[in-house]
Design a protein around this ligand. Structure first.
Ligand code: KIV
Ligand code: ZN
Length: 388
C-alpha cells in the first residue's frame, strides 16, 4: 500500500470563499483540529495578502507540532520573503509558489510568452530555496496547459529545487481520464520526475474534483490537495472527506492516508459552524442525509441488512447512526421499526391499521416525527381498549 499525502487547504483556498473569512483565533482552532485529524500538510494562508493572514500563518506555525505548515505566494520575490517570515517558527515549513502556465494565463494575465514564464517559474524556486528545502511549485491552470510545455516547466522547476509539483486543474475543466493522462504524461516525459512528489489540486466546477484527484493518484500522483466540505473558490475544491473515504473503501487502489476517518464528521461540523457555511444535506460522507433512508423499498432492505443500502458504516466517519426517516414514501417495516424504537410493540395487523393513518399524516407533513407517532399510538391504544 502506498501513502497518499493529504494536503489540506481549507484555511487558504477554502477561506477564499465569500463569507468564510476567519480570524486568527478561528484559524488556529481549526488548524489544531486538522492536525488531530491527521493531515500531513496544512496550507495556513497567503501571508502577503493581508497583515491578518500573515499573523494567522505565524501563529499557526507556532502552534502546530507534527504537520508541515505551508504558505502560499506568487512567483514574486517579496511574496516569497513574506511567506518565509510568516513560517519562521514552524517545525516543518513549506513554501508554495508558482505561476500560471496555460496560454490563457500567459497571454491574458501576464501579457507574456512561454519562455519568459518558464524563466519566472525557475526563478521563484531559486528565491524560495533561500528559506527552505521543502518547496512546492504550482503550475496554475495546468488543467488547460499544453502537456509538452507543462513537462518542460515541471522538469525545470524540479532541477531548480522544487520537491513537490502541484498540477492544478484551476478551472475544474478536465475529465478524469484527461487529468489522469496529464499526470501519466508528466511521469513518462519529465526526466527527473522521481525527485519530486506530484500533487493533484482539482476544482469542482463540473463536479469532477474528487474523481479527477483519484484519477491523478492512479496515474502516479502521491499528494492530494483538498478542503473540508469541499470548500473553495467558486464550486469548491476536492473534498477531503470524499478522497479519504474513496481510498478507504477501495482498497484495490493500493493507497492509504493517515487521516482518522472517525473525526471526519465532527471536523465537517466544526468547519461549517466556524465558517458559517452550511453543508448541503445530500453531500457525500458528511451531509445530514448521507446516512438517512426514507423510501419504503430502501428502508425495508436496510432494516433486513444495512449493507443492502449502505456502503459506509456511519461510525467509521464519526456520524450519528443511520436514520430511518418517515415520509409518505415510507413503508410498514419502517413504521414498525420506529414504533419499536419508541417502546411500542404492535402486531402486524395493528401496523396495517396504523399505516393507513400514518400515510394520511405523511401526506400533510413532509416528515413524520416521534411526537406524531406517540400521538398516533396513544389514540390507537385508547380506541382498542377492551377490544380483543
Ligand atoms: O487553483 C489553483 O490553481 C490554486 C493555486 C494557487 C495552487 O489554488
Ligand atoms: Zn485552487
Amino acid at each position: 500500500m502506498e501513502k497518499i499525502i493529504i494536503f489540506d487547504t481549507t484555511l487558504r483556498d477554502g477561506e477564499q470563499v465569500p463569507g468564510c473569512k476567519l480570524n486568527t483565533k478561528e484559524k488556529i482552532e481549526l488548524a489544531l483540529k486538522l492536525e488531530e485529524l491527521g493531515v500531513d500538510v496544512l496550507e495556513a494562508g497567503f501571508p502577503i495578502s493581508s497583515p491578518g493572514d500573515f499573523n494567522s500563518v505565524e501563529q499557526i506555525s507556532k502552534n502546530i507540532k507534527n504537520a508541515t505548515v505551508c504558505a502560499l505566494s506568487r512567483a514574486v520575490e517579496k511574496d516569497i520573503e513574506v511567506a518565509a517570515q510568516a513560517l519562521k517558527y514552524a517545525k516543518r515549513k513549506r513554501i508554495h509558489t508558482g505561476i500560471g502556465t496555460s496560454d490563457f494565463h500567459i497571454k491574458s494575465k501576464f501579457n507574456s510568452n512561454r519562455e519568459d514564464i518558464l524563466k519566472r517559474a525557475v526563478q521563484c524556486i531559486k528565491w524560495a530555496r533561500n528559506y527552505t528545502d521543502d518547496i512546492e511549485f504550482y503550475a496554475e491552470d495546468a488543467g488547460r496547459t499544453d502537456n509538452e510545455y507543462l513537462a518542460r516547466v515541471i522538469e525545470a522547476v524540479i532541477k531548480a529545487g522544487a520537491t513537490t509539483v502541484n498540477i492544478p486543474d484551476t478551472t475544474g475543466y478536465c475529465l478524469p481520464y484527461q487529468y489522469g493522462e496529464k499526470i501519466a504524461f508528466l511521469k513518462n516525459n519529465v526526466s527527473n520526475i522521481d525527485k519530486a512528489v506530484i500533487s493533484c489540486h482539482c476544482h469542482n466546477d463540473l463536479g469532477l474534483a474528487t474523481a479527477n484527484s483519484i484519477a491523478g493518484a492512479m496515474s502516479g500522483a502521491r499528494q492530494i490537495e483538498c478542503t473540508i466540505n469541499g470548500l473553495g473558490e467558486r464550486a469548491g475544491n476536492t473534498s477531503l472527506e470524499e478522497v479519504v473515504m474513496v481510498i478507504k473503501q477501495h482498497k484495490s487502489l493500493g493507497f492509504y492516508t493517515d487521516i482518522d476517518s472517525t473525526k471526519l464528521y465532527p471536523m465537517s461540523r466544526l468547519v461549517s459552524d466556524t465558517m458559517r457555511m452550511p453543508v448541503q444535506p445530500n453531500k457525500a460522507i458528511v451531509g445530514s442525509n448521507a446516512f438517512s433512508h426514507s423510501s419504503g423499498i430502501h428502508q425495508d432492505g436496510f432494516l433486513k441488512d444495512n449493507l443492502t443500502y449502505e456502503i459506509i458504516n456511519p461510525v467509521e466517519v464519526g456520524a450519528d447512526s443511520s436514520k430511518i426517516v418517515l415520509t409518505a414514501r415510507s413503508g410498514r417495516s419502517a413504521l414498525a421499526y420506529r414504533f419499536q424504537k419508541l417502546g411500542y410493540q404492535f402486531y402486524r395487523n395493528d401496523i396495517d391499521i396504523l399505516y393507513d393513518r400514518f400515510v394520511q399524516i405523511a401526506d400533510r407533513k413532509k416528515v413524520v416525527e416521534d411526537e406524531d407517532l406517540s400521538d398516533m399510538a396513544s389514540v390507537y391504544q385508547k380506541s382498542t381498549v377492551g377490544v380483543q
